[in-house]
Design a protein around this ligand. Structure first.
Ligand code: PRP
Ligand code: URA
Length: 209
């Protein structure tokens, strides 16, 4: 069964507080999203399998440990998920990156798919879905459904802020998927924005408002 992991390390809380401030610039916002992603990545990768290997130091032969197991694919949900790719790629430079394009229809608030490009054989990969915001839960839920339809069997989801109602929706739809989240906020407003939240993550990352 998947679990909800709240990764509320003090450094993450501190950086998230700066992200939330309305006067934080896009440049600062992007940098903070990267730093939080690196810190969250530490927890997300905690259970990665390892294997013992023999190596030679300049002085003697010894045993070391290397990551083994499935190859990782990072899947940002466009646009805002892109803000988390650099941080995770720092930790796992060999990871492939698949993209899912979804936007929320402003009237229905339902996600609309407009792009999907994945590396081959998702079945054999560890898939890490990235999206800073989990509001109604529709986008993350649909993204994970799409990945499962394409064969993915080992999926983790990583969000920075979630609303309680969205987390419930996601857990119900995908009880097998572990969700990592840095903060669970109070509620959604009438336009399905997270309160207190940080506003529109895509606009803040890319300076489009
Ligand atoms: C935002 C965010 C999530 C989605 C969350 O994307 O990045 O993907 O909303 O909302 P939900 O949980 O109610 O589905 P948005 O649709 O604003 O697109 P953008 O990233 O391109 O701005
Ligand atoms: N998407 C965002 O970017 N922010 C919210 O608060 C909700 C959805």
């Amino acid at each position: 069964m998947g679990q909800v992991h709240v990764t509320d390390h003090p450094l993450i809380q501190h950086k998230l507080t700066i992200m939330r401030k309305k006067d934080t610039t896009s440049m600062e916002f992007r940098q903070l999203a990267t730093e939080i992603s690196i810190l969250m990545g530490y927890e997300v990768t905690r259970e990665m399998p390892t294997e013992e290997v023999e190596i030679e130091t300049p002085l003697e032969v010894t045993k070391g440990v290397e990551i083994s197991g499935k190859k990782v694919v990072l899947v940002p949900i466009l646009r805002a998920g892109l803000g988390m790719v650099d941080g995770f790629s720092e930790l796992m430079p060999g990871a492939r990156v698949g993209h899912i394009g979804l936007y929320r229809d402003p009237e229905t608030l339902k996600p609309v798919e407009y792009y999907c490009k994945m590396p081959g054989s998702l079945k054999d990969r560890q898939v890490i879905v990235l999206d800073p915001m989990l509001a109604t839960g529709g986008s993350l839920t649909d993204a994970v459904s799409l990945l499962k339809e394409r064969g993915a069997e080992h999926i983790q989801a990583v969000c920075i802020i979630g609303a309680p109602e969205g987390i419930e929706v996601f857990k119900k739809a995908h009880p097998d998927v572990d969700l990592y989240i840095a903060a669970i906020d109070r509620q959604l407003n009438d336009h399905a924005y997270i309160l207190p939240g940080l506003g529109d993550a895509g606009d803040r990352l890319f300076g489009t408002k």
